[in-house]
Design a protein around this ligand. Structure first.
Ligand SMILES: [Zn+2]
Length: 252
């Protein structure tokens, strides 16, 4: 029962990480925060035309440099939710992301689905990835993307206790299905994007040229529509926060 009271990182981290926009209202931290699961941020309320591009499952030798080239050429920063086993295979590409000013979030060490696991197993999966990414030069990750988008109360409690903000998405062109053309995916993103939106793509082993081509089309077209593409961390900072609430992005 020791974990009930916030675990070793203490109340401060837990309290702040448990405030987030749920799509239905702001869930605020309180004295009970340590017993509340972290909620999943799918988009950020804002009046500004900002959106975040995110890439899961990398880094990979094949796709990460291609995606980075497009982002760099267009002076755009994005968030990469890196997997520990891939970062261990291709640390140089993780380091290129960092050097390019991209944000590194965590997508787990082994890309395990955090559902039905014990607290200890969840903590191992999450903490092993943080240590791995940090060992290769990334700042301690503060954002977590759930593999498969799946979780349960145990997993969200552990993530909250460890100080993570859990990031979902609002626009999913489902590039991992390999059935949509780059044009189809680009059109879907352009039609569904809203201010504060979070777009999910993949630069992992299961990615493809269609992802690269879709991103190459989306980046300039969203800019043309007046969107500023930022990291998720920046999006959280730019979002409108209710009065008397602590901002989500400043924990740690
Ligand atoms: Zn994934």
């Amino acid at each position: 029962m020791a974990m009930r009271h916030g675990g070793r990182r203490g109340w401060g981290r837990v309290a702040i990480s448990c405030i987030a926009w749920t799509g239905f209202g702001w869930v605020g931290a309180s004295a009970q925060a340590a017993t509340l699961p972290a909620v999943i941020v799918k988009s950020v309320p804002t009046t500004k035309k900002v959106a975040a591009l995110t890439f899961d499952d990398g880094p990979t030798r094949k796709w990460t440099p291609e995606i980075l080239r497009i982002l760099n050429e267009n002076h755009v920063k994005a968030t990469f939710f890196a997997v520990g086993t891939e970062a261990t295979r291709f640390p140089q590409y993780l380091q290129e992301e960092i050097k390019a000013g991209m944000e590194i979030g965590s997508h787990g060490y082994r890309h395990r689905t955090l559902r039905g696991l014990s607290e200890t197993t969840v903590e191992q999966e999450v903490s092993a990835n943080a240590s791995t990414l940090e060992a290769f030069g990334a700042p301690a990750p503060k954002l977590y993307r759930l593999p498969g988008g799946k979780s349960d109360v145990t997993a969200l409690r552990v993530l909250g206790r460890l100080g993570y903000t859990v990031i979902g998405w609002s626009v999913d062109p489902r590039d991992w299905r390999h059935i949509y053309s780059a044009e189809h995916m680009a059109r879907l993103v352009e039609q569904h994007i809203q201010p504060g939106g979070i777009i999910i793509f993949h630069d992992g082993p299961n990615s493809s040229q269609a992802t690269v081509d879709a991103v190459a089309s989306i980046v300039p077209s969203l800019k043309q529509k007046g969107y500023r593409l930022v990291t998720v961390g920046q999006l959280l900072k730019d979002g409108i926060l209710p009065k008397n609430r602590l901002p989500i992005a400043v924990h740690g």
